[in-house]
Design a binder for this molecule. Structure first.
Ligand code: GDP
Length: 489
């Protein structure tokens, strides 16, 4: 997501940070680097010019108030960051719910923008929060659109109002109108209307959107736009703004990179907030758009807030509390705890997307892209092939046990050895950290970096490390549960 823009801006700041004392000509140079980076990413010139001017003025004003070059560079970075947040729309805005349900959300945009996919994503998002959405198939134009919405609805468990077959048959305005009465009678509290697009803006399309708007009086009209369209995204946004009008923008296909910068201009140029972003074809590849988090990503600072939120969602509160208690008691982190974490991580979605949210991810782009998503599944299968005793106390893992585990997991003995070695290292680290924070050991481990971030993401050197059993004496655990497991094993 905005990788090339991000790496250019990061480069501009590292040059600035290398200056001993920052002068006005350094500011000029940085401004021109930022300008070039934004231009290259296709951000609209009318947005860039005032942005650069503001940065220049504010930076020049800040210079004399600060002594060291480091502080000056940081102050300039913060100025750029704040201005970027401003361009992206300032504060995040949520959907306004109607006082009298149902809340009506109408999706508008060109064909292929991702409206139907988004309808499913929105339905899932709001259903997960306890709402009862109804999807409405008012795209009767695009071949297969009705059927696609039905499939999407089914996969997220949300009903679809589709009285017409589509493919050019049926009146989309009537469908939208009828859906409201239907939603009221069935007590759905939200109606999401999918509408038809065209390959380009045309009068007929706009009139249909206007008619649907007038028929259902939406609480929110969301303009859905493919961020990969380049400057056309801006032109289309303006055409929809002048035609049907809209309340908020949804950027789709932010998982791509090329020319995505144009989409960043939309909030500023239309004065309408970007409310959601879509980052892939899967129904979970979707989130609220937070201008500050996006600015942080663009500036190479990652998106730790989203990462933390996703982790919180995936890591069950009770299990986490139990783990914390365990550490507080001084008990060891075991492979059973590790397995629980791996399972939670699988719920968090694509690892490369998660890793992409870490600060400095831009510099590790290659490794992140090459991250082998199935590594977690393979690691899980190894731990799952262990007995409870082995999970509690990997020291019992002799050669024959390792061979049995490898066979059960369909892996090589070297893979088992490698996992046990990494786990032992992580366990050691956990002992040292104890109450310290940091990323879940499972995450660090599955990335092949037991001792912190630097060890190379995706560097799964199968068989590279020879598993060695530390020849330590076996002691009985002080923990009753653990002791019982030992005795059983
Ligand atoms: P509509 O014509 O506006 O309803 O567009 P669709 O919802 O049918 O989407 C068009 C294509 O884009 C489909 O193949 C979707 O799977 C794909 N798509 C939608 N959103 C995204 C996204 O965020 N990222 C990617 N990579 N593809 C997307």
């Amino acid at each position: 997501m905005f990788d090339s823009l991000s790496s250019k801006l990061t480069g501009a700041f590292s040059t600035l940070r290398s200056r001993g004392k920052i002068t006005s000509s350094d500011i000029d140079a940085t401004c021109s680097d930022i300008r070039a980076a934004l231009l290259e990413s296709d951000v609209a010139l009318t947005v860039i010019e005032p942005f650069i001017e503001t940065i220049r003025e504010k930076s020049l004003a800040a210079l004399p108030t600060l002594q060291s070059g480091t502080n000056q560079a940081q102050a300039i970075f913060e100025i750029v960051s704040a201005e970027l947040v401003e361009i992206l729309g300032g504060a995040a805005r949520r959907v306004r719910f109607a006082k009298n349900p149902p809340t009506v959300i109408m999706l508008a945009g060109l064909q292929g923008a991702g409206k139907t996919t988004l309808a499913g994503k929105l339905a899932k998002f709001y259903a997960d929060q306890g709402n009862t959405p109804l999807l409405v198939a008012s795209d009767l134009q695009r071949p297969n659109a009705v059927n696609q919405l039905q499939i999407v609805g089914e996969s997220v468990g949300v009903p679809v109002f589709a009285p017409e077959p589509g493919n050019g048959v049926g009146n989309p305005v009537k469908v939208a109108e009828q859906s409201l009465a239907y939603a009221k009678s069935k007590l759905y509290n939200m109606v999401i209307v999918d509408t038809a697009g065209r390959l380009g803006v045309d009068a007929e399309l706009m009139q249909q959107a206007i008619d649907i708007r007038n028929a259902v009086k939406p609480d929110e009209i969301l303009f859905v736009v493919d961020a990969m369209m380049g400057q056309d995204a801006v032109r289309t946004a303006k055409a929809f703004e002048d035609g049907v009008g809209f309340d908020g923008v949804v950027l789709t296909k932010l998982d791509g990179d090329a020319r995505g910068g144009a989409a960043l201009s939309i909030a500023k140029l239309t004065g309408k907030p970007i409310m959601f972003s879509s980052t892939g074809e899967k129904l979970t590849d979707f989130d609220i758009f937070y201008p500050d988090r996006m600015a942080s990503r663009i500036l190479g600072m990652g998106d730790v807030a989203t990462l933390a939120e996703q982790a919180k969602k995936a890591f069950d509160g009770d299990a986490t509390a139990k783990l914390e208690e365990k550490f507080a008691r001084g008990d060891d982190f075991t492979l059973s705890d590790f397995l629980e974490q791996l399972e939670a991580m699988s719920k968090m979605g694509s690892m490369s997307k998660l890793l992409g949210m870490l600060p400095g991810a831009g510099a590790m782009k290659k490794q992140i892209e090459n991250f082998d998503e199935s590594e977690i599944i393979r690691t899980k299968s190894i731990v799952q092939s262990m007995t409870p005793l082995e999970r509690e106390d990997p020291k019992v893992l002799n050669g024959s046990r390792r061979a049995r585990i490898a066979l059960g997991a369909g892996r090589k003995v070297q893979d088992v050895n490698s996992l046990v070695d990494k786990f032992t290292a992580a366990q050691k680290m956990m002992r040292q950290m104890r109450k310290g924070g940091g990323m879940p050991p499972a995450m660090a481990q599955s990335m092949g970096m037991p001792a912190g971030m630097g060890a190379g993401i995706g560097g799964h050197q199968h068989g590279a490390q020879k598993g060695q059993q530390p020849a330590k004496k076996k002691s009985k655990s002080g923990n009753p549960a653990k002791r019982a497991a030992q005795e059983q094993g």
